[in-house]
Design a protein around this ligand. Structure first.
Ligand SMILES: [Zn+2]
Length: 404
């Protein structure tokens, strides 16, 4: 297969082209050829809500150079999606689209599971996961078959398997059970998948913070020879030092000719660290969610635009940002509209997505230029200040030969 693996029988809808490999770290630049787009990676994928990005149009997402976005379609209904010939057409998005197996990586899933945790397992978990619809409280049982059927109607370039999600702090038998169940459900997803020529099914590696369980899960899932793999079950409040060790274990064991996707990761420092550890794809609701509270992402950390210090500040959020918001609006203006007017959330969202895209572009360019270790040092010093870089980041980077 090599670095220019062709679309294969087992992966007819995805080809990974390795563009550059960092000689120091595990970071790499790849191009993922999907049915709708060729995505440059490492990349950040913004999360869409209810078929449209919160406050952003698909044209704006294109202008921001987003290559793949996450679509959440729970409320749309399968009949409508079939009638509209899939979500790409329905939302007028012609680039890469990824769908999660269920509702929303940003909360409903976990809430429902916690709520249902008291129910005896045998009665509900054997077949699927029961969800509560956020808008009307109605219940539905999502099985692996139902999830794939729905995602086949959505028609995204990448769809995620249904997995048994447990909190990243879960340990013991429940964790082991969730891992094995996710493997069994993956097999049911593979069997139910009716459009492998046009859509890629990714497996989700589970196993919490237990290296032994992660190894078993990877071993089993890699045997299924899927087009790509996600690292799931992290970013749930675990110690960061445990987080990066699991990520690096997974990237060590996952095949190099397949994309690796770290789910639910979106803080700038995490994106830099995980890119260095060999992750290709990221998603997170954080940039748009924090925009709602008037927080703008910047190289030196979040800027809380509500604060009175910005009342008479006529500079853009970031001088070197070329987004629509920074080109046309001042911090003073944003200060008066954030958290009050829709336009405030909208403008800060544009900047925040732009910030993420710029960061990922910087990562890719520095890997290609052979200056990625220097990029990491500069980024961390700017973000935390000299001598203030968190120990977990120092440890993580030391594991890939960058000494901060
Ligand atoms: Zn900007």
């Amino acid at each position: 297969m090599g670095s220019h693996a062709p679309f294969s029988a087992r992966s007819p809808a995805l080809r990974l082209e390795i563009v550059a490999q960092c000689p120091t770290t595990k970071a790499r630049v790849t191009r993922m050829h999907l049915p709708h787009f060729v995505a440059d990676m490492p990349m950040f994928m913004p999360v869409g809500t209810q078929g449209t990005m919160k406050g952003l149009t698909t044209q704006q997402l294109e202008d921001l150079d987003c290559h793949v976005i996450l679509g959440n379609t729970y409320h749309l209904g399968q009949a409508l999606l079939d009638e509209a010939q899939g979500l790409h057409k329905f939302m007028n998005w012609n680039r890469g689209l990824l769908t999660a197996s269920s509702i929303d990586s940003g909360g409903f899933q976990m809430v429902s599971l916690l709520k249902l945790a008291e129910i005896t397992e045998a009665s509900w978990m054997a077949d699927g996961v029961e969800f509560e619809a956020p808008h009307d409280g109605s219940r539905m049982l999502l099985t692996p078959e139902k999830s794939i059927d729905l995602q086949n109607s959505i028609g995204a370039d990448i769809m995620m398997q249904l997995d048994d999600v447990v909190s990243s702090l879960t340990t013991g038998p429940r964790l082991e059970e969730a891992m094995y169940r996710s493997i069994r459900w993956l097999d049911r997803c593979i069997k139910a998948h009716k459009r492998p020529q046009e859509q890629n099914l990714f497996g989700i590696i589970q196993g919490g913070l237990e290296p032994a369980l992660r190894r078993i899960c990877i071993d089993e899932m890699v045997k299924r020879d899927l087009p790509g793999y996600a690292i799931g079950g992290l970013s749930g409040g675990e110690e960061k030092d445990q987080f990066w060790r699991i990520v690096t274990l997974c990237t060590d064991l996952l095949p190099k000719d397949k994309p690796r996707y770290c789910m639910g990761v979106g803080y700038a420092e995490d994106l830099v660290v995980c890119s260095a550890l060999g992750v290709d794809m990221f998603d997170c609701v954080f940039p748009t969610r924090t925009a709602r509270f008037g927080n703008a992402l910047t190289a030196s950390g979040p800027m809380v635009l509500r604060q009175t210090q910005y009342e008479h500040d006529y500079r853009p959020i970031e001088e070197d940002c070329d987004c629509l918001t920074c080109k046309g609006y001042t911090r003073a203006y944003l200060h008066t509209v954030v958290t009050k007017e829709t336009i405030g959330c909208h403008l800060v969202s544009i900047h925040n997505i732009s910030y993420q895209m710029r960061l990922m572009r910087g990562i890719r360019e520095s890997i290609i230029a052979g200056t990625f270790p220097e990029f990491v040092r500069t980024f961390m010093v700017k973000r935390f200040g000299e001598g203030n870089i968190p120990q977990w980041i120092v440890n993580a980077m030391q594991s890939v030969n960058i000494y901060l």
